[in-house]
Design a protein around this ligand. Structure first.
Ligand code: ASP
Ligand code: MG
Length: 406
């Protein structure tokens, strides 16, 4: 007998009928003699609705204590409903909101971090029940205020609880049946991976693959929680997220990620001297804009250089305006921007110990006459920015070229 944590996302608990479907998944594990802690999200669309309401009351709604009090309520409903459904089906279940455990967090409202979970309470309740139902997304800070853990934060609740009670596995049930080598909507022969390691999953999550909240993967890696991403609508095995050593085989490339939400800005003829890059990027950061890729050229005789960087499309106009002002301040020639780009990345821990991967990627793109505008690399990832209209084509070419569909 073991302890299993299950997490069900918004689409899995979107109606009373679906809540009973979830209850049956929980009962399936109880019948195998496991104790179950189930973490649930709000019904799909609910959190968005609550956020809208908050902004209707105060349009420049500071995301503060009151905001979290409002947007955390979607989870309270599904938590109660699921516990009720389990009871109706004849099982002993009890609901818990974040503060009742408690899940202690810092006070960064709207994106609080978990500091500590009181596992004694949970362990005791688990002895008296078949299953506990825990509200995802919620915490409580040291002043007793309710906090929320950032969009998609129920994933982090589940992983943190799994870590706190040393669960055998944390099953993340969602509307897809695992992590794919690339977006199946773009590449029909995309394959579900059996296993992926934490490092690779972190890259996928930070490149915008929405299967897991980035922070939950960081948490899982730190506390070595074995995760499984699987579908709540069938019984198929999903994708296991685990340590690199537990992946039996390591293909060179694990998958191709695609990010359409990027825009690039170039500041031209910037003086090539100490402090200039610091000034540019500290000003951007002060405006709460995060920068992804950065490239800077070497300078020629005139001792000026061009600096190009990317930001998310939502931050583009603000970043462009700031850059224009900066350009005047630092005497740069001018600023140009472009939103017609997408970023394609190949990911895989296997590339750590191999050479020739980058050149193969560039050649595959060149063979299709796709121009590369920017390049960045890490130990386990190579990203290229290309013109937006070639984005999906590039994904398919790389997916086939690295034989990921086989
Ligand atoms: N309900 C929250 C959200 O929509 C948390 C979650 O679903 O994980 O972001
Ligand atoms: Mg989610």
């Amino acid at each position: 007998m073991g302890i299993i944590v299950q997490k069900f996302g918004g689409t899995s608990v979107g109606s009373v009928e679906k809540i009973f479907n979830v209850a049956n998944k929980v009962i399936g594990e109880i019948k195998k003699n496991h104790k179950v802690i189930v973490v649930v999200s709000a019904m799909s669309g609910e959190t968005d609705k609550l956020i809208k309401l908050a902004y209707e009351v105060k349009d420049n709604c500071v995301e503060d204590r009151e905001y979290d009090t409002i947007i955390s309520t979607g989870e309270q409903v599904t938590t109660g409903l699921l516990a009720l459904a389990l009871k109706k089906l004849g099982y002993k279940a009890k609901s818990f909101l974040g503060f009742q455990i408690p899940i202690k967090s810092d006070s960064t409202y709207s994106k609080a971090r978990i500091i500590q979970i009181d596992s004694e309470n949970l362990k005791k309740a688990l002895q008296e029940n078949d299953a506990l139902v825990v509200a995802g997304f919620q915490g409580i800070d040291e002043t007793g205020s309710i906090t929320t853990l950032g969009r998609g934060g129920s994933d982090t609740t589940a992983v943190a609880i799994a870590a706190a009670i040393n669960a055998d596995i944390c099953d993340i049930y969602t509307d897809v049946d695992g992590v794919y080598t690339t977006d199946p909507n773009i590449c029909r022969n995309a394959k579900k991976m059996e296993k992926i390691c934490y490092e690779e999953m972190l890259e996928f999550a930070s490149l915008g693959a929405k299967v897991l909240q980035l922070r939950s993967v960081e948490f899982a890696q730190k506390y070595n929680v074995k995760l499984q991403v699987r579908s709540s609508f069938n019984d198929n095995l999903g994708t296991i997220v685990c340590k690199e050593e537990e992946k039996m085989e390591s293909p060179l490339i694990t998958g191709v990620a695609y990010d359409k939400n990027q825009a690039k800005i170039s500041i031209l003829k910037v003086a090539d001297k100490p402090g200039v890059a610091a000034k540019i990027f500290s000003t951007i950061a002060e405006n709460n804009i995060s920068v992804d890729m950065i490239i800077q050229n070497i300078s020629e005789e005139d001792k000026t250089t061009d600096i190009t960087f990317t930001v998310s499309k939502t931050d583009y106009l603000k970043a462009l305006e700031i850059s224009k002002k900066l350009a005047t301040d630092i005497n740069a020639k001018n600023v140009i921007g472009d939103t017609n780009i997408s970023k394609i990345s190949i990911i895989g821990v296997g590339m750590k110990s191999h050479y020739g991967i980058a050149s193969k990627m560039f050649q595959l793109l060149a063979d299709e006459n796709i121009n590369i505008q920017m390049i960045s690399t890490s130990e386990i990832k190579i990203s290229c920015v290309v013109q937006e209209k070639y984005g999906e084509l590039a994904v398919r070419i790389l997916h086939d070229g690295f034989e990921l569909g086989k």
